[in-house]
Design a protein around this ligand. Structure first.
Ligand SMILES: [Zn+2]
Length: 98
C-alpha cells in the first residue's frame, strides 16, 4: 500500500522511495497485486499535520498534496480530527507570531 503522508519531494515528483527497503517492499507488493490482477490502494496517514489555509479547501476536494509545517507533503482530508496531531507541526505552529 502506498502511504498518503510522509513523502519527499524531488522537483515535481512526490516519493517515499528513499526509505530503506522501500523498493524491495514495493516491488513485492506490486508483484502480488499483478498476480491477483488487483489495483493498489493507498494507506491513510496516522498524523494530523498543520498547513497554510490558503487553497486548503480546494486541495481537499481535488485530492492534491500540500506541504505541512513540518516539511512533509500530504493530501488533506476532512477526517483529520480523528488522528494524532503531528508533534513537529505543533511545535512549529506554536512558534509562529499570533
Ligand atoms: Zn507535520
Amino acid at each position: 500500500m502506498s502511504p498518503e503522508q510522509g513523502w519527499d519531494r524531488y522537483k515535481n515528483t512526490f516519493t517515499n522511495i528513499a526509505d530503506p527497503g522501500a523498493w524491495t517492499k514495493r516491488i513485492t507488493e506490486l508483484e502480488a497485486l499483478t498476480a491477483d490482477q488487483e489495483l493498489a490502494e493507498s494507506e491513510p496517514g496516522q498524523q494530523s499535520h498543520y498547513t497554510h489555509r490558503l487553497h486548503l479547501a480546494g486541495r481537499t476536494i481535488e485530492g492534491r498534496a500540500v506541504r505541512a509545517l513540518c516539511g512533509v507533503f500530504f493530501v488533506p482530508t476532512q477526517d483529520h480530527a480523528a488522528r494524532q496531531p503531528c508533534p513537529d507541526c505543533q511545535a512549529r505552529f506554536s512558534e509562529l507570531p499570533a
